[in-house]
Each structure stands twice: as C-alpha cells, then as structure tokens.
Design a protein around this ligand. Structure first.
Ligand SMILES: Cc1ncc(COP(=O)(O)O)c(C=O)c1O
Length: 433
C-alpha cells in the first residue's frame, strides 16, 4: 500500500458515513484504486452491520416481507421500497399468463426483435398497449428495460447538431440517452416554464431539431410534471416532446393513461415512455408514438436492434397486466392506490418535510447525507424498508427517504410505517420545527 493509499484508507475508516457513491468514480491513474477503496468501504459497512442495500428477498414484492441482510441478519418489514404500485407482479392471472407463455415459446427470445426474435406474443402485447392508449395511427416499440427505452429512443431521435432540453430532475436514463445522441444538452429548472421558454427561444430556429424531455411523475421528488405547460411551449416553438411515464403509466389519468391523459395532452406528446418494471409489475418497457416514429425506433434505437428481444414469459405477463389495467380491476386498484397515497401523506403532513410530493412516490427530506446509513439501518431494524436516496441521485444536502405506496397496502400497515418514520424523524432530528 502506498502512503497515499494508507491515508485514504484511514480517512475512509474514520469517515465512512460521509462517503457517497460519486466519490468512488474518479481515478485517472493506471491503478484500480477506486475499486479497492469502494470494496473497503462496503466491507467497513458490513462489519459495522450498516450495509442495508441489496437485502435479499425470498418471496414476491408483497406489502410485508422478510429480508435477509448481507450479513445474514433477518428482518421483517413493511415494504415501501418496491415500485409494484398495483401489486400486479404477483397477481395470479399474470403469473398464469407468464407460465403459459414460457411453456409455449420457451425461456428466451434467442434473437434481436428485428431479426428472428419477434414472436406472436410480442405482437399481442403491442396491440394490447395500442388499444389501452387508444389513439389512431400510433404504435409501440418494445425494449428489454425502461432504462434502454430512454437510451435508445433519445439517441435515435436526436443527432449531433440537434438539442435536448430536459428538466433538471430527469432520470439518469434520460441524461445518458441525451449524451449518447451527441446532441447539445440544456437543462431547465425543475418544472419552471419561464426558464424552458428562455431556452427554447435560444435554440428553436425552425431548422434545428429540439427535443424536450421530462417525467410524468418525478421519481426523485414525487411531484407531477407540468406536461400541459411543456406541450404548449413545444407547439409554440416547434419542438418535440418526450414524457417518461415510468411512475405514472397505468396509474394517473382516469383510464390510467398517465399524466399526459390527466392533463389532456396525450395526443400531443411525441414520445411516451413507459417502463414495465413499475406499475406493470414486470421488466422491460416501450415507447408509444406515431407509427412512422415507432418504425424508425425499431431499427435505429441501437440498444433494441443489437440486443435480444423481450423474453416470452414477461411479454405474456405484461399482456395480461394491460388487459387487467383496462378492466374494473385496474380502475379499482388505481383508485385505491391514490387514496392510500393521500392517506399516508396526511399521516406525515406538517410533521416532516414532504417537499412538493403529491403522488404515490412519497418523499421525506432529511437533509444531510451523512445520516443515510444509520437512518436506513434504524428503519429496517424497526420494521420498514424504504428506497433511501442521496447525492448524486438528488442535490447535495437534500437526502431523502423515498417511499412507494401500493394499492395493496392496508391502513394498518400505513399507520405503522408512518409511526416508524416519525420516531426516526425524532431520533435523527428531522421533525418539522
Ligand atoms: C423515471 C424513470 N425512467 C426510467 C427508469 C428505468 O426503468 P427500468 O428500471 O425499468 O429500467 C426508471 C427506474 O427507476 C425511472 O425512475
């Protein structure tokens, strides 16, 4: 070990809770120092029994489950850390449909969708989604991850010399898709239409392609995007729009068509992004838009063209989910989720800092990231699993407990969860003064 390594290692031992993920990214030397340091950090956390990540589940993402932490410790928790918003991942009809598909088509698709990996079950899923969203002359391009949808769709749509203007709170997959495109990237202040307009004035000249990217419900803030405002400006300046409805498809809007439906602009959005890993309860995703755009995506989104098609079991399961989401079951679960979320927010309102969140992604800001490890440990040990996030996923000093409410949680579970949050807020000093 060099002297510098020893100094860094000592610093890591003494200040382990001040380290954040981004600190292990940079290293210009030929040595793999950042990897050794990161492993050392994980080992320190494990020894101190503070490594709360990657806790192992041995059953479906239900509302209350047992976890085994990396050090073998077992805890029973109320599950507010999975985005299985409508409980579809373990719906018996969804499981049966997935089993039937795997029996008929086998485990993998064994080819790119453009070569020989497109099965009749993929066409059924596309048609089910087209029917669900209901607009004429639209199509769906399927991907194997929600992340890949943004990566592939943005990099196919935007070329060097074009612009991507995105909300500053946009998900990493939008940022990386924009970087991959080679276009110039500009950020507008979160949900700030004046700032967006300023940037549109600078970039829209009638010749250059401009794509505005945003989320329906923001995954890190739990608030709604102003899709209506963005669409109005896009039309005015001749820009295109991409709305990532990862956390709102099947939920927001009267028919579950997302925030775009709720704000009356579904028809005006050019690229509607959905991920199957959230309310759909599966994995994969798709982009919905005009047929000509979708045909292009199928070939020019490279992470689709040069990658194996969505597996049959998931495709079968997702087709059943879309059918259920369009039925009375979907309506009932959507409504229950919304009432559960507002019930839970009311239990915490005025007592902790909920930020602007007004959806089923409930955020409690606790501020300083140096509390994250101990706080998450406390929450798990007292019976609550959440999706805690800190810098660089959110700005420095704005670490937060993020909780995903589902339609399947009972009032009793939500009461218990709120009680744990308030006790933690008292112990870790983030009760509202
Ligand atoms: C807004 C948003 N977009 C895209 C993704 C990526 O989706 P997936 O996990 O399905 O790849 C996520 C995942 O959390 C997300 O929150």
């Amino acid at each position: 070990m060099s002297t510098t390594d020893e100094v860094m290692s000592k610093h890591l031992q003494d200040h382990f809770s001040e380290y954040t993920y981004d600190m292990f990214m940079m290293n210009m030397s030929s040595e793999l120092e950042e990897m050794d340091l990161f492993s050392e950090w994980v080992e320190i956390l494990n020894k101190k029994n503070l490594y709360t990540f990657e806790a192992i589940r041995s059953a479906a993402q239900k509302t209350e489950i047992d976890l085994t932490r990396q050090n073998g410790e077992k805890v029973h928790i109320i599950n507010l850390s999975s985005y299985n918003y409508l409980g579809f991942s373990y719906h018996p009809e969804v499981i049966a449909a997935a089993q039937e598909a795997v029996g008929k088509y086998g485990l993998g698709a064994s080819s790119s969708p453009v070569i020989s990996g497109t099965y009749s079950i993929h066409k059924q899923l596309e048609q089910a989604l087209e029917k669900f969203f209901g607009l004429p002359d639209r199509g769906v391009s399927l991907f194997t991850a929600g992340y890949s949808v943004n990566l592939g769709a943005i990099s196919a749509f935007i070329k060097p010399g074009n612009y991507v203007i995105m909300d500053e709170a946009s998900h990493m997959s939008i940022i990386e898709g924009a970087k991959l495109s080679g276009g110039e990237i500009l950020y507008f202040k979160h949900n700030n239409m004046d700032h967006l307009e300023e940037l549109l004035k600078k970039t829209c000249d009638g010749f250059t392609r401009v794509l505005i990217c945003m989320e329906g419900v923001y995954s890190g803030d739990g608030d709604y995007g102003n899709v209506k405002g963005v669409v109005k400006l896009a039309k005015q300046y001749g820009a295109y729009t991409l709305v990532d409805e990862a956390h709102s498809a099947l939920i927001a809007g009267e028919n579950g068509r997302g925030v775009c439906e709720e704000q009356g602009v579904l028809e005006d959005v050019d690229l509607y992004v959905m991920t199957f890993s959230k309310a759909f309860g599966g994995v994969g995703g798709g982009v919905y838009g005009k047929k000509s755009i979708i045909n292009y995506m199928n070939w020019y989104a490279k992470c689709r063209m040069f990658s194996c098609a969505l597996d049959p079991a998931v495709t079968g399961g997702m087709t059943k989910v879309v059918e259920l989401a369009g039925s009375e079951i979907g309506m009932a679960r959507r409504n229950k989720l919304k009432s559960n979320a507002s019930y839970f927010r009311k239990l915490l309102s005025g007592k902790v800092n909920l930020g602007e969140c007004d959806s089923w992604v409930v955020i409690v800001n606790f501020g300083n990231e140096s509390k994250t490890l101990q706080l998450n440990d406390y929450l798990q040990k007292t019976g609550l699993d959440t999706s805690i996030i800190q810098f660089p996923a959110v700005p420095k000093g704005e670490a937060r407990i993020r909780m995903f409410i589902t339609s399947e949680h009972s009032e009793e579970q939500l009461n218990k969860a709120a009680d744990i949050i308030l006790k933690a807020a008292d112990k870790f000093d983030f009760l509202k003064k």
